[in-house]
Design a protein around this ligand. Structure first.
Ligand code: AMP
Ligand code: MG
Length: 432
């Protein structure tokens, strides 16, 4: 079965917006054993969208079109696709209700341009948009129109926060129901931190070789501060192959595995803090609040996160966290002695069980022979004392923040895992 993707939007072509749909939808499909075969990006103009859809419909059994469903004059997809398939648009009463409710909740008037989004091609299935106004639509293109057999044409809204839940919750189940895979599929992703992808490969490659010979596929994806290790297989032995691969990987690199699939490190840390009924505070210099930002991105963080300090200036470290002026002078703000005092000061002031502190040289200036750009000290103060880590992350400022925050969170994850009262709280059964 052939699946093709058409991303519409001039902003994607002129580089104003990164086309994340291509990567995200491709990964989502692959996670369920479906392969995206071709992708094209076209401008918002009528002829470009129409010719891309027409061409894809001669080959693919599923054509997914993203963007251009909104209320503005450059949102042409709905009208063009309906015209191309030769189906009239009709007002869908359910979508009108949704639009009314959506506007009422936000105290906005339901004007004509918003109402236009309730226009649905006759006979199309509607995918509810829980996070916005434009619904998704799925149309059956009858056999003989563009190719001998039938095809499914899907329209999805442009904003990622609307498209993603719609794909995951509605489109993938529909795809599985309407076009089930001919052979069983199994796939799992392990997420690692604190180790490079080539090191992961070196540690597992030979042990996995017999499974690879039997059809297991292994893929690595490195991002700042993390590596995804993906296993999948097709056929009657797929589940067994993937399960054996996961077992081998956990044996060889399990120490660096923090989670599975979509789970982020901050989610793992908040989950573990909650399971220990433990609280956290943060004291940040070079990460500028990024650590607290990541922790507070997790729903339920309020149960465990007491608060944090961004102590960028020496004076702030001294005044708010009680760092000694003599240590700042003698050792510098980027030093083990200072980061320990930051963590212990934050723990004491916040009255929390744990406190994470970071101080470092984000660059591009400010490095020295002894402390090159990228040097950071991370401390974790807790009931069992204070630990310090020295790392060197010589990246651009944002990547530096991401990687340093990652290392700090991982220090806490490891500490929580090594507690004597640590229960096996990981629902997916991985981790240390
Ligand atoms: P549209 O429905 O095309 O008007 O898009 C609405 C919003 O979603 C705009 O802010 C777009 O930049 C964004 N968007 C559209 N397509 C993509 C895409 N392929 N990747 C990321 N963002 C997108
Ligand atoms: Mg657009």
């Amino acid at each position: 079965m052939v699946i093709e993707l058409i991303n519409t939007g001039t902003e994607l072509l002129i580089g104003r917006t990164l086309n994340t749909h291509q990567q995200w939808i491709g990964a989502e499909l692959a996670g369920h054993g479906y392969a995206l075969e071709r992708q094209v990006t076209v401008p918002d103009t009528g002829p470009a969208i129409e010719s891309a859809a027409r061409e894809a419909l001669t080959r693919a059994q599923w054509v997914m079109v993203t963007g251009g469903l909104g209320p503005t004059s450059d949102d042409l997809t709905r009208d063009l696709i309906a015209g191309l398939v030769g189906v009239p648009l009709q007002t869908d009463p359910e979508v009108v209700k949704h639009l009314e409710e959506f506007c009422r909740r936000r105290g906005r008037a339901l004007n004509e341009s918003i109402r236009r989004q309730a226009q649905v091609p006759q006979g199309a299935m509607v995918l509810q948009n829980r996070h916005g106004t434009a619904p998704g639509m799925v149309m059956l293109v009858p056999p003989g129109r563009f190719q001998a057999g039938p095809a499914w044409l899907v329209m999805l809204p442009g904003p990622p926060r609307e498209l993603r839940p719609m794909v995951r919750e509605q489109l993938i189940p529909l795809l599985k129901r309407l076009s089930p895979l001919s052979r069983p599929f199994a796939g799992r992703v392990l997420r690692l931190t604190g180790i490079g992808e080539s090191q992961v490969e070196a540690r597992i490659e030979s042990a996995l070789a017999p499974l690879v010979g039997s059809g297991l596929r292994v893929a690595y994806c490195a991002r700042p501060g993390e590596v995804d290790l993906r296993f999948d297989a097709i056929g009657s032995t797929a589940a067994g192959l993937v399960a054996s691969a996961v077992e081998i990987a956990l044996g060889a690199v399990g120490d660096w595995v923090f989670g599975e699939d979509e789970e982020e490190l901050e989610q793992v840390v908040v989950r573990k803090l909650r399971s220990h009924s433990a609280t956290l505070a943060t004291a940040e210099s070079c990460t500028g609040g990024f650590l607290a930002h990541r922790v507070t991105n997790v729903p339920g963080a309020s149960e465990v996160f007491r608060g944090g300090w961004i102590t960028y200036a020496n004076e702030a470290k001294r005044q708010w966290l009680g760092v000694l002026a003599t240590d700042l002078e003698t050792h510098g703000a980027v030093s083990a002695g200072v980061v320990v005092q930051m963590a212990e000061g934050a723990r004491k002031n916040a009255g929390s069980d744990y406190a994470l502190a970071v101080t470092g040289i984000a660059g591009p200036g400010g490095g020295s022979e002894a402390k090159p750009v990228g040097t950071a000290y991370i401390a974790l103060a807790g009931p069992r004392g204070t630990q310090v880590l020295r790392v060197v992350n010589p990246w651009d400022r944002l990547t530096f923040k991401q990687v340093t925050a990652q290392q700090a969170l991982d220090l806490l994850r490891r500490e929580l895992d090594s507690r004597k009262d640590s229960a096996p709280d990981n629902p997916q059964g991985c981790g240390r």
